[in-house]
Write a protein that binds this ligand. Structure first.
Ligand SMILES: [Zn+2]
Length: 193
């Protein structure tokens, strides 16, 4: 079961390990908002101290802004093969408004291949996998749990995708083919397909 955290018009999600209840964070919030993020976690009954791992649906400032803070607190942050290149552009954007933002130390990220994600999650006590869903941006991924929940990041809702938007249509075909059912977008309410 996914936990949803809402703050600053963005949803972040958590999956608890079946083994030890530690949390995998799906998305890492806005830059320079750690206190608010922690407060929002408390409000939904979760403890920041229980967070052990984090992945992001894509490297935009409202989804991956707290990675540096997470790593400083010992949280293992995972990056997939299509994501590493997107970090610099995100950070340039953040610095325009947040000069205090500290860059992600890329050498401290755990690099993982999308194809290896299921096996990796299993070692954490989490059942699910990662899908390459690059409708929103080349670095976008979705998390699909074995309970058919899908965290899609900023992929357009299925009914809003234009017929000629091949990448978004392919992303949805993949989600449906893999059995995705309960869809959790970052900036809208969850829905079922
Ligand atoms: Zn967003």
């Amino acid at each position: 079961m996914l936990h949803t955290l809402r703050y600053h018009s963005t949803n972040c999600f958590f999956v608890a390990s079946a083994r030890d209840k530690r949390l995998l964070a799906l998305d890492a919030g806005w830059a320079c908002t750690l206190r608010e993020y922690q407060r929002a976690m408390k409000q939904i009954g979760l403890r920041y101290q229980d967070m052990a791992w984090a992945i992001v649906t894509h490297f935009h400032m409202d989804h991956a802004g707290l990675i540096t803070d997470f790593m400083a607190d010992g949280i293992q942050c995972i990056v997939f093969e299509n994501q590493l290149h997107a970090i610099d552009a995100m950070e340039k954007t953040i610095w325009k408004n947040q000069p205090d933002y500290r860059a992600i130390d890329k050498s401290k990220l755990t690099q993982l291949r999308v194809a290896e994600a299921r096996e990796f999650f299993a070692t954490l006590g989490i059942r699910g996998e990662i899908l390459r869903t690059d409708g929103h941006s080349p670095d976008s991924i979705s998390f699909l749990s074995d309970e058919h929940e899908v965290v899609i990041g900023d992929l357009y809702p299925i009914e809003a995708v234009m017929p000629d938007d091949e990448k978004s249509n392919r992303s949805w075909e993949l989600i449906l083919a893999k059995g995705g059912k309960h869809i959790f977008p970052s900036h809208a309410n969850a829905f079922t397909v």
